[in-house]
Design a protein. Structure first.
Length: 145
């Protein structure tokens, strides 16, 4: 990821991601993550990781934030801040990278930790060649009947 840089997060999103971090439900891993994103129309949504005794059912903070955004009817975000107490800062997992890519491949991702360490870049830089279901082989365009 040579293109990933270290630009500072939006202060409001950083505070939101920290607040979400405090709400994380991570009794099994004890690895808490908070996320906050800003939509193209300026709304802010939050997410925290939520684990489950059935481990595979756990949900990442980034996914939670995107679910909140999509449920509110928003379909595009410009920046997501991911906060953790990991060094280096926790980066979105592969599944989350694809989920972020679905909505906003050009959005900025800023991963931050409690020391102020930052790793950032565009979603498409975190997930080069992300999957898109735009057209089937038979020419049928997705989203049409
Ligand atoms: Zn994830």
């Amino acid at each position: 990821m040579s293109k990933v840089s270290c630009s500072l997060p939006d202060p409001q999103l950083l505070e939101g991601a920290k607040a979400a971090f405090k709400q994380a439900y991570a009794p099994y891993s004890r690895f808490r993550v908070g996320a906050a994103l800003r939509t193209s129309d300026g709304r802010v949504f939050f997410g925290a990781n939520v684990e489950n005794a059935s481990y595979g059912l756990g949900r990442c903070a980034e996914q939670s934030a995107v679910q909140a955004m999509a449920t509110a009817g928003a379909r595009e975000f410009t920046e997501i801040v991911v906060y953790s107490e990991a060094t280096p800062p926790a980066s979105p997992c592969g599944a989350c990278r694809q989920i972020l890519f679905e909505f906003s491949p050009e959005a900025r991702v800023v991963c931050v930790n409690q020391h102020g360490d930052v790793v950032s870049g565009r979603v498409a830089e975190f997930l080069p060649h992300g999957f898109r279901l735009e057209q089937r082989d038979d020419g049928h365009e997705v989203g049409t009947l």
